[in-house]
Each structure stands twice: as C-alpha cells, then as structure tokens.
Design a protein around this ligand. Sequence first.
Ligand code: F6P
Length: 320
Amino acid sequence: MAKKVGIITSGGDAPGMNAAVRAVTRHGIFLGYQMIGIKRGFRGLLNDEFIPLTLRSVSGIINFGGTMLHTGRCPETKTATGMKRAVKTVKELNLAGLIIIGGDGSLAAGNAFSKHGIEVINIPASIDNDIYGTDETMGYDTALNTAVEAIDKIRDTATSHDRIFVVEIMGREHGFLTLDVGLAAGCEFIVVPEMKVDIQKLAEELKKGKERGKTSEIIAFAEGCGSSAEFAKKLEKLTGLEVRMSNLGYIQRGGRPTARTRILASKFGHAAMNLFNQGKTNVLVGITGGEVSSMSIHNAIKHEKKFDARAVKVLRNLSV
Ligand code: F6P
C-alpha cells in the first residue's frame, strides 16, 4: 500500500498556491505516494474534509490565483485541545506526514505538529515575504507586480491633479512588500514599521519636492503603521497640499501568478517531496542566493527576517 501524504494550504491565500499543490501532488505520486488534499486549512482536519489528489485533479490550475483546496486561519489548532484533535485525525488517516503551504502562522503550526511527532515540510507562501529562511516567499512577486501596476495607475491621477497620494500596502507588521513596491513604482517615500517616521519632517520634504517642480508625490504606506487615512489627513493639514489615500487591499492577494511565482512554487513543491522522501522532514523549503534551500522549522521561527534599510536610502536618493 502506498504511503499517504496530506497537503494543506493555510492562512491567507497567496498566488502560486495552486501551482505548489500541483507540484507537490505530481512529484509525490511520481515518488510512489498517495496524495490527500486537506480542505480549508487546518479546519479540514477538525471537520474531516479531505479529497484525493490525482495527476488529473491538479490539471489546469498552475495559472490560477487562490487555492483549489481553499484556505483559512484556524484558531482552534492554536489551542492544546484543537491541536490534539488535529494530530489524532492525521494518525487516524494514516498519513505519513503533511506538506503545509502557507505563511508564518502555518510555520508555527508546522512546528507544533512536528513536536507531536508528525513529519512536516513547510512551503513558504505569503505576499508579505516576512519569513526567515527564504529570500522570497511564494506569491510575493505576484503581489509586488500587482501593487506596482496599481500605483502606476494612481500616479496618472496624482500627476494630473498635482496631488500627493498615500497608498496603503499589505504586509502585516512588516514593510518588506512596501519597500519593494516603493522602489519599483518610484515612490517618493515609504512608511514602514521597521523605521520611525517624523511626519513633520516628511511634510517639509513633500513641500520641498513641490518647490523642485514635482507634480506628484506618492508615499507607500505599510498597513502595519496604522491608519493610512488618518496619516493622509495629518499630512494634508501639515502641508496645506491636496492629499488623497488609496488602500490597495485584497487585490494584492489575488490574480494570476507571475511566471516567477509559478517557477518558485514548482521548485518548492518538487523539493518538498524530495526532502520528505529522503526523511529530511520538519524543515522549511526556501530559496537562498538563487538556490533551493531548506532550514529546520525550529531555526526558521526563532529568527526575524532582516529589513534592508540601505534600500530605503536608494529609494530616497532616486526620488528627488
Ligand atoms: O499575510 C497575508 C495578509 O494579506 C497580510 O498582508 C494581511 O495583514 C493579512 O493577510 C490579512 O488577513 P485576512 O485575510 O485575515 O484579513
């Protein structure tokens, strides 16, 4: 009898999750495993929602955003009783292990499962790019491109109306996505949780920009810094200029994965099943210096990803 392996997508959806499910399923089957999809994140383990995954059931999904397995956050599995129930289901299903595709919450869950003796491989999938142990999370590149395209459009209005825009970017309590969006969209400033901003000084800089002949100025504002609407209002008062805000919101999570995201998803999924097959479990798959890598989940959750403050200088120097 073939050993069974469970696949879960968990937490916020990220573009490329489908491509990763496809890669894990197909390579798992190639290696001789029977692949089982667990639906709606860890809730599927509590509610007994499973589907067999076959070579054909993962056909035609590489180019779709979202996740065919559905996803969700499951606070119950953060409790001891909830986790016990989830572990019991994994054992009753006779699963040899779990491949968990998701962000930092999924990594914490992977750690908890591994402590209960379940063999786990985590695939980092998040638009936030906030996971230590991988240079890039799957889905990040797609979200980055979506946000940049949106700001390019906002720039048209900003320029035509001589306005300042505060554009809110997702990223939970981190500014990784905001920084790269700012660089790629040529934003004048970024506001991120990793660096304190003096709003008074920022207002002065914005006014100076206008004096230098700038017609538009765009501030990429990370959601982790509080209310972008209030920030915009304050800036309007301090500058006496017209300031508008726009929250990009969930459009950053959806849409067709970019080629880069699909490639990463495929490599991550393939590597995950190879590692599982070799018994190298309880690890996070990643990409480091362009090479597929892996790190123990325990190590990954112990560290914080470093914010690149030098890149903020680059952004400021170039947005004169
Ligand atoms: O982690 C991805 C993310 O989109 C964050 O950027 C954001 O803070 C959060 O999820 C929103 O979560 P929810 O889907 O629960 O509103």
